[in-house]
Unconditional design. Structure first.
Length: 432
């Protein structure tokens, strides 16, 4: 059988309209770890993967009488759909102008939802097939999570959402969080989030980085004892905790409380990274928002001192990332898309590029964007892996993604629940 030519030529042979599809590829990245298989076979139908291995499938796994692949692709790489583990779906990250961004924040929630739906529809064609929402008090993420579970979802990534985050009144996070003080106790706050439909509990343990000082200067807004109470309450409801945190004091409190994931984690030290590994606490490092502040320092009004602080922060974060990988920390990729200058989808691809630039191998970065989170973060579907029983959502590309993750920006084919996408995101403003 001759290899297929253009991506468009793959639509028909890859579409499981007549039942199961069998494809052969030159390289297969399963997402189960960082291993790359030379030669791979995949069999799937509209709903699930039936066979993923280096060996051809058994006859009983194929259509009656089938004896050769539907698509012979020796120059293609196959990998799972990507998971952005930290997004804010109600925010418009692609808008760089601060004044226009402020206008967006003044829109009614119904308009936020409409815009978020449009962004999600484009994410699949970019290759992002699942998102983990990181908090909004307007219920945008919860509405999209509910839609995913309905029969009217159409083409959109899997959505996992916490609803409103929890913080202390007067402290950082009022744009996406509700005050703990609105509830009688931490346990009552968690119960309220669960009743609202939250699949996990988002907590704000600290504030944000003081760019002028180049450090986290405010004390944590949640102590280890309070965080522990939240963690226990969440686990009583079979929910995980995802915690916004930066600074050594905040990270220490999160580790003492045994939270499930630390989001951002700037200024983490080596001893804390070792504790993360031992506790299997997932780390979502989110380089992209700070990188935008560096790239657009002049336009944002930052002076040379602040710009140097930002660069120093990113350099330190890169060293921590490499050290975390060496120690065996579970690193999970998340873009913080929706943050200023970080568009949904395209901002996630930039995040992956920044992780490789920091010093991780392409395979380790791809694992962080696929199976690393899928096996730890309690999703309701088996995400980020090519294995029997997992949903049939994957990418096919001729581009050299196994050596340079930036190649994920190049044309590719995305198969998602029986629909084959080859056109990519043709939005005039990527990510909006």
């Amino acid at each position: 059988m001759k290899p297929s030519g253009t991506l468009e030529a793959l639509v028909r042979p890859l579409s499981p309209d007549n039942g199961r599809v069998w494809i052969y590829v030159g390289h297969l990245f399963s997402g189960r770890d960082t291993t790359v298989w030379r030669e791979g076979h995949l069999v799937y139908d509209r709903s699930r993967i039936i066979h993923a291995d280096t060996t051809p499938p058994r006859p009983e796994l194929l259509r009656p009488g089938q004896n050769q692949p539907d698509a012979w692709l020796p120059d293609f790489t196959l990998l799972p759909g990507l998971i952005d583990a930290h997004t804010h779906l109600f925010l418009e990250g692609g808008e760089r102008d601060p004044q226009k961004r402020a206008l967006h924040l003044g829109l009614p929630p119904a308009e936020w939802l409409t815009q978020a739906e449009a962004r999600l529809a484009r994410l699949v064609s970019i290759g992002v097939t699942a998102v983990r929402e990181a908090g909004d008090k307007a219920r945008i993420g919860l509405a999209l999570q509910e839609r995913w579970r309905s029969d009217r979802r159409g083409i959109m990534p899997y959505v996992d959402a916490p609803g409103a985050a929890l913080h202390h009144r007067g402290r950082y996070g009022s744009f996406m969080a509700q005050p703990v003080e609105d509830h009688a106790s931490p346990e009552a706050a968690v119960a309220d989030r669960v009743a609202a439909g939250a699949h996990r509990i988002k907590l704000l343990a600290t504030g944000i980085i003081n760019f002028e000082k180049g450090a986290v200067t405010a004390k944590p807004q949640m102590s280890a004892e309070e965080l522990t109470t939240f963690v226990r309450a969440a686990r009583a409801h079979q929910r995980q905790t995802m915690v916004h945190c930066s600074g050594q004091d905040g990270v220490a409190a999160c580790l003492d409380a045994k939270v499930d994931s630390i989001e951002h984690g700037f200024f983490v030290d080596d001893a804390q990274l070792a504790r993360m590994r031992d506790l299997d606490t997932a780390w979502v490092p989110t380089f992209a928002p700070v990188q935008f502040q560096v790239d657009e320092a002049k336009a944002l009004g930052w002076n040379d001192t602040i710009r140097d602080n930002l660069r120093r922060i990113l350099d330190g974060h890169a060293r921590s990332l490499v050290r975390a990988a060496a120690l065996g920390v579970r690193i999970v990729a998340g873009s913080d898309s929706g943050s200023h200058g970080v568009p949904h989808g395209w901002g996630f691809l930039q995040e992956l590029e920044l992780m490789q630039k920091a010093g991780l191998s392409a395979a380790r970065v791809l694992y962080s964007a696929t199976g690393a989170g899928g096996t730890r973060l309690g999703y309701q579907e088996r995400l980020g892996v090519l294995t029997a029983g997992a949903p049939a959502r994957f990418l096919l590309t001729r581009a050299p993604v196994l050596s340079q993750v930036a190649a994920l920006r190049e044309p590719k084919c995305v198969v998602f629940d029986g629909v084959v996408h080859t056109r990519g995101d043709d939005s005039s403003v990527p990510g909006l």
